[in-house]
Structure formats: structure tokens, C-alpha cells
Design a protein around this ligand. Structure first.
Ligand code: ASP
Length: 332
């Protein structure tokens, strides 16, 4: 990079996760490091950008809430308004597939937001955090990543928030985008974007209000529907069903799914986690044609956890059934 050009300005926010974890008194690892310490530990990072490092949280990522991520999105929007060129969010890998998609829905505009974590703690041999953080910063600072919304960078691969998924508990290659593959990679310190995705024009800003609860149920073989039956009386504002295959439930459950869908919005995703929910192929009881005819909305290409986030934010924005269907259809 030419020394005559001003360096990009990046906001780096750390929320915790393995990348921040050191040995705790009980022998396990727990979040202790903050963004400034992580940034300082990466050789070469200071040359990539001028970094403002903040550590709003230090938690395992299973403890993050959508309200937390809405607050992070607010901080990023404010940072962008103040002239930051990009943002990096450091957190645990367990929920990156959710938080990244939420940020994609919550931070509009051209400037890159990159979510990053690590599969190995900083004290482990072969710790991947520093390399991941450097790659994430390179992507967040790059012009090529502008307009792609929120991205996830691990293992030198660049993933779109809407497709990325954690597919392994241990490997540094845990992150996949089964639907489309990664958008690109970082090699030799260079950001190479090989594919560009059009980004649906959806943007939400729920403020600080509590968000409506949306349930997620995975349907298993022989499911007798007792959980499903309970959902409408538990105070949920919506439900996502992860059906088998292209969006199927046991035939005996189909009338119950229809009864629940008459009381609250129900979206149908696939528990296979890749490929679209079908719309016009199978016609038996409990099939996608049957369920859609009973008032269920298709989650399209979204996995269950991602459809749940979209439903939550759309419901918080006051979306009616038609608006919910339209929001989900943006991802078909
Ligand atoms: N195993 C997790 C991680 O990779 C823990 C977490 O998600 O916080 O960071």
C-alpha cells in the first residue's frame, strides 16, 4: 500500500469467543482478552489500517443475543457515520452464522462488516486467531469487499453471511457455504473476491426494544407434535420449522402445522441445511405443497437459524404476513 494514501480506518469490536480465551482457574479456557490486546498481537496488522479497538463484551458466543447484536450494529452504523471505512467483529465461532446474518440485516450501506473468530485459543499450538484477524482486517479494509454486506472470514476464506455455516466442532476449516461456496479468499495478503452477490435491499433497525420471540423446531422421524402443539400458547410471535428434506413433516402433523400457522407466522426451512425448500414437487400429506397450502411461508434458501432471525427482525418492524413472505422471498 502506498504510504501517500491515507490508511483505511477500521472499527474492531470484540465480543469474546475462543479467539479471546485463555486458561481459567478451573482448567478450561474462558474469554479474557480484549480487542486491543488481540490487535496488538498480530504482526503486520498496524500496517493494514488505523484501528479503533473496543471490547463491548467478553462471552462465549452461545450467550450472545439478537439484542446484543443490534447494539453492535448500532455502534458500527455510528462508526461508519463518523468516517470508519469498515468494521471487524471478533467473536466465538459457535454463533457466527447467526450474528453475521443479523449484522447483514442490521447494517446497510457499502462499507464492509467482517465477522471473525478462531477455532483454537491463543495459547494452543497452531492458534488460528492472529491469521484470521489479519485476513478479516484486510477484507474489511478492501475496496473489493464494498457492497457485499456482512462477510465472515476464517481459514483465509471469505463467506457471505447468508450462506455461511459452522459445519465442524473442531477443524480450522469448520466454516462452509454449502449453497454457493466461499465468495473468495485471502492469499499473499491480497483479497481476491471471485464472486459477487446481489444483496437484498432489506435493512432493519429495531433500536433497543426487546425483540419478539421466535421459536425454532427441528422435526425428527416419528415426531408426535407435542412441542409444536405447545408453541402458540407459550407466547411466541412466530415459529420456524426445520422439516426433513425439501421441507417435509410426518403426514399426521400436517393439520397441526396448519392450525399453528393460523395463529402465528410459521416459516418452513430444511433441516438438511443446504438447498431450497421446494414449492411444487411433492403432493402427499406433510409435503411442501401440502404445508404451503396450509399457510406456511417458505424460508427459501435460508437455514432455520437464519430464517428465525429474519422473522424476528421483520416482526419487530411490524411486518404482516405479506411483508414476512416478501422478506423471506428475497432469499429464495
Ligand atoms: N467454540 C467457540 C469459539 O469458537 C466458543 C464460542 O463460540 O464462544 O469461539
Amino acid at each position: 500500500m502506498s504510504s501517500l494514501l491515507p490508511r483505511p480506518r477500521l472499527l474492531v469490536l470484540s465480543l469474546g469467543g475462543t479467539i479471546t480465551m485463555t486458561t481459567a482457574p478451573d482448567g478450561g479456557i474462558a474469554p479474557t482478552l480484549g480487542a486491543a490486546e488481540l490487535v496488538a498481537a498480530v504482526p503486520g496488522l498496524a500496517e493494514v489500517a488505523d484501528i479503533e479497538a473496543r471490547s463491548p463484551m467478553k462471552v462465549g458466543s452461545a450467550s450472545l443475543t439478537l439484542e446484543n447484536i443490534a447494539a453492535v450494529a448500532g455502534e458500527i452504523r455510528a462508526g461508519f457515520a463518523a468516517g470508519m471505512d469498515g468494521a471487524v467483529v471478533i467473536q466465538g465461532t459457535d454463533t457466527i452464522e447467526e450474528t453475521a446474518f443479523a449484522l447483514d440485516l442490521l447494517v446497510p450501506g457499502e462499507r464492509p462488516v467482517v465477522v471473525v473468530g478462531a477455532m483454537r485459543g491463543p495459547q494452543q499450538p497452531g492458534a488460528d486467531g492472529p491469521a484470521n484477524l489479519l485476513a478479516a482486517a484486510l477484507v474489511a479494509a478492501s475496496d473489493a469487499a464494498r457492497g457485499l454486506g456482512t462477510l465472515v472470514v476464517l481459514n483465509d476464506e471469505i463467506h457471505a453471511a447468508r450462506f455461511v455455516r459452522k459445519a465442524h466442532t473442531a477443524l480450522t476449516s469448520a466454516f462452509v457455504s454449502d449453497m454457493a461456496g466461499p465468495l473468495g479468499l485471502v492469499a499473499e495478503g491480497r483479497v481476491r473476491l471471485l464472486t459477487r452477490l446481489a444483496r437484498p435491499a432489506l435493512a432493519f433497525d429495531p433500536g433497543t426494544a426487546p425483540l419478539p420471540p421466535v421459536a425454532l423446531i427441528k422435526i425428527a422421524m416419528g415426531d408426535d407434535g407435542r412441542l409444536l402443539r405447545a408453541v402458540p400458547d407459550l407466547g411466541y410471535a412466530g415459529l420456524v420449522i426445520e422439516g426433513a428434506g425439501a421441507g417435509h413433516v410426518p403426514g399426521a402433523l400436517a393439520p397441526l402445522v396448519g392450525e399453528v400457522a393460523a395463529r402465528l407466522p410459521v416459516a418452513l426451512a430444511s433441516r438438511t441445511l443446504a438447498g431450497p425448500v421446494f414449492a411444487r414437487t411433492y403432493g402427499y400429506p406433510g409435503s411442501e405443497i401440502d404445508l404451503l397450502a396450509r399457510g406456511v411461508l417458505s424460508a427459501g434458501l435460508l437455514t432455520g437459524v437464519k430464517a428465525r432471525l429474519l422473522l424476528t427482525l421483520a416482526l419487530a418492524a411490524g411486518a404482516d404476513r405479506a411483508a414476512l413472505a416478501q422478506a423471506l422471498a428475497a432469499y429464495e
